[in-house]
Design a protein around this ligand. Structure first.
Ligand code: GLN
Length: 305
């Protein structure tokens, strides 16, 4: 851990004031109100050693990183049947693309693009009595953190401007791959995207993907080891949309980004690390976040490859 601490501090100082070519997401108006200068990093190891720098305790909108948690809960309910509804192939297309859905007859390429996550939300709406409350309870249990919550302002802001997601959900429903009411599924989707966490909280909630022996404080295992391996595999191949290859190439860890500027990366058997910097590159991934993690895995020689 001492080694990690020094390297994290050094990289933080090295890139804190670089010329960041990214831009804060504006298509969800509420996200544009966040200061672009926020920059935080937090690492939690499977031994629960931890270290953070910068704005690592400030909550931010985790956006698409919540797709890891919704997939996890749906996988628990459905097991391998889930893959009849959503595939596990990289899409090579932007996160909000409608392009492939027509040829693929409404079956999204993977659960980490919007179309796939919307189908996963539909699966959860079918299983949960009170989807928003029950999903939050699930997150609070694995994080051992009763303070986790949605940001209603962000959810509302996305709902008002959610033309693409509304189109995706309706289009998939036309193929029969959405079983519930479109409004209910989207309301749930917009809420899970609005979940707020700090870098610290996010690094802790993902530990079940790094630690084979993880159980919640209530003694529950979150996924079987085989399921956790598969979720990590999808993260590696699909976690950054049409930049997934680039992230694997430069960083070499399973991970997930969100348009709030967060990136979660997982080193199975070692640690979870989260970087938050709201300015995004053209593919919708945090510019500084990717740069930080590339330097981190290079200097610590701790990628999975
Ligand atoms: N809520 C965002 C959307 O649906 C999530 C996208 C993202 O973080 N890449 O557009």
């Amino acid at each position: 851990m001492e080694n990690y601490k020094k390297i994290i501090n050094d990289i933080y100082l090295e890139i804190k004031n670089i010329d960041d070519i990214g831009k804060v997401a504006r298509y969800i108006p509420e996200l544009a109100t966040v200061s672009p200068d926020n920059f935080g990093v937090y690492i939690t190891t499977i031994q629960k050693d931890s270290f953070g720098v910068g704005d690592c305790d400030k909550k931010f909108s985790i956006q698409s990183i919540s797709k890891v948690l919704s997939l996890t809960l749906a996988y628990r309910f459905e097991g391998i049947k889930l893959w009849d509804r959503v595939d596990v192939e990289p899409s090579g297309n932007p996160f909000n693309s409608l392009l492939q859905l027509e040829a693929d007859l409404g079956k999204p390429r993977n659960p980490f693009i919007n179309s796939g996550a919307i189908v996963v939300c539909d699966v959860l709406v079918s299983h949960l009595k009170n989807p928003k409350k029950d999903f939050l309870d699930f997150c609070r249990e694995i994080a051992n953190n009763p303070t986790l919550n949605y940001n209603e302002k962000v959810a509302e802001s996305e709902k008002i401007t959610g033309y693409r997601n509304i189109a995706l959900c309706n289009f998939i429903k036309s193929f029969g791959n959405i079983k519930n009411n479109v409004e209910d599924v989207l309301d749930f989707y917009f809420h899970i995207c609005s979940l707020e966490m700090s870098c610290k909280e996010l690094s802790e909630i993902a530990l079940f993907l790094a630690n084979d022996n993880f159980t919640t404080h209530k003694g529950n295992k979150v996924l079987t080891n085989s399921q956790a391996k598969r979720v990590n595999a999808i993260l590696l191949t699909c976690g950054f949309y049409d930049e997934s290859g680039e992230f694997a190439f430069r960083v070499g860890l399973p991970g997930k980004s969100g348009v709030g500027g967060g990136i979660l990366a997982i080193h199975p058997d070692k640690y979870c690390i989260v970087v938050w910097s709201p300015k995004l590159n053209l593919k919708g991934n945090s510019y500084k976040g990717m740069l930080f993690l590339e330097k981190f895995t290079t200097k610590t020689t701790s990628s999975i490859f």
